[in-house]
Write a protein that binds this ligand. Structure first.
Ligand SMILES: NC(=O)c1ccc[n+]([C@@H]2O[C@H](COP(=O)([O-])OP(=O)(O)OC[C@H]3O[C@@H](n4cnc5c(N)ncnc54)[C@H](O)[C@@H]3O)[C@@H](O)[C@H]2O)c1
Length: 288
């Protein structure tokens, strides 16, 4: 049970909310009567967004790759509004360096350590947010909540320009599919991911947009609507929703290539689950 008074409005934390998709999500949730905590590295832009959104929004400067920074924000949000209904883990960054080191050919020097910012912003920060969301959603008057992550179509269909980013976003997908049944069963938290196509935001260079057939652009509304499906639809869990142009596609799991042998390699055996997580999973199909 929560020990402090909580607002009647639902409360969402949105990361990467100073621009692009995150800002569009904040606008929609405010329109629908939520309180929204807009988190971003960019202070000026973020503060302008919440000024435009009015008193039900608040800006929190946050570097999502820093666990303590996220923990501070979650704590402040819960103190301010007394509940946490949703985490929209949307902050992202594509490859900063080039893992192909094409311009290092012929050198005998060890190549410099790759920055791996994309891995940190897209994946590690998402896991930090999930753990903090579990902690705070347990304190809700009715324990539970919803977590939605922004992945990308390029997490399923490889995009060779951004190999690190594709890997980091694919990691989100697999984490979502893996952890969702456990979070639902143990803590009444749903976990889903949205996979947008090309959306016109500051993250996509204008020249790249100019080189794209307008028919292949995904309007930001398609993405926001998919998020809303995850927030509104009871029992939607562990899903990857591709957002392509004006369409949503619920992506199926891959087939098990070797039938029962494949299945056994990814079935929970309760003693091991308990050794790792300190209680049994209770999942249907788990082996006692
Ligand atoms: N635009 C597209 O075509 C497209 C396609 C697929 C997926 N996505 C994903 O959508 C999400 C939103 O991207 P967008 O297109 O709106 O781009 P954007 O650049 O407009 O927004 C990203 C936001 O994340 C913030 N951010 C980056 N690193 C951060 C950090 N360490 N801590 C806190 N905030 C940080 C940025 O300041 C920015 O406001 C990203 O996860 C991106 O990978 C975008």
């Amino acid at each position: 049970m929560s020990t402090q008074s909580s607002t009647d409005r639902k409360v969402a934390i949105i990361t990467g909310a100073a621009s692009g998709i995150g800002k569009a999500l904040a606008i929609r949730l405010i329109d629908e009567g939520w309180h929204v905590a807009c988190c971003d590295l960019q202070v000026e832009k973020g503060e302008q967004v919440v000024r435009d959104l009015g008193p039900n929004a608040a800006f929190f400067q946050c570097n999502v790759i820093d666990y303590d920074d996220q923990a501070r924000v979650f704590t402040e949000v819960f103190k301010k509004w007394g509940r946490l209904d949703a985490l929209l883990a949307n902050a992202g960054h594509s490859d900063r360096g080039s893992i192909y080191i094409l311009d290092h050919r012929g050198s005998s020097e060890i190549p410099p350590k790759p920055p791996l910012i994309s891995t940190d912003v897209c994946y590690k920060s998402f896991l930090y947010g999930v753990q903090l969301a579990i902690h705070f959603m347990r304190k809700n008057r009715t324990p539970g909540g919803r977590i939605v992550a922004t992945s990308t179509i390029a997490s399923v269909h490889p995009h060779q320009t951004f190999p690190e980013y594709c890997g980091a976003k694919a990691a989100i997908n697999q984490f979502v599919r893996t952890a969702a049944p456990v979070l639902k069963l143990k803590d009444n938290i749903s976990l889903n991911a949205i996979l947008p196509g090309i959306v016109i935001t500051g993250a996509v260079p204008q020249a790249s947009i100019d080189a794209t057939d307008p028919a292949h652009i995904t309007p930001v509304e398609t993405v926001v609507n998919a998020y809303k499906i995850c927030l509104d639809r009871e029992n939607l869990n562990g899903q990857l929703i591709e957002c392509s142009t004006d369409k949503h596609f619920f992506l199926p799991l891959p087939e098990m290539a070797n039938g029962d042998a494949t299945k056994r390699a990814c079935t929970v055996w309760e003693p091991l689950f308990e050794a790792k997580h300190h209680e049994r999973s209770g999942l249907d199909g788990a082996i006692q």
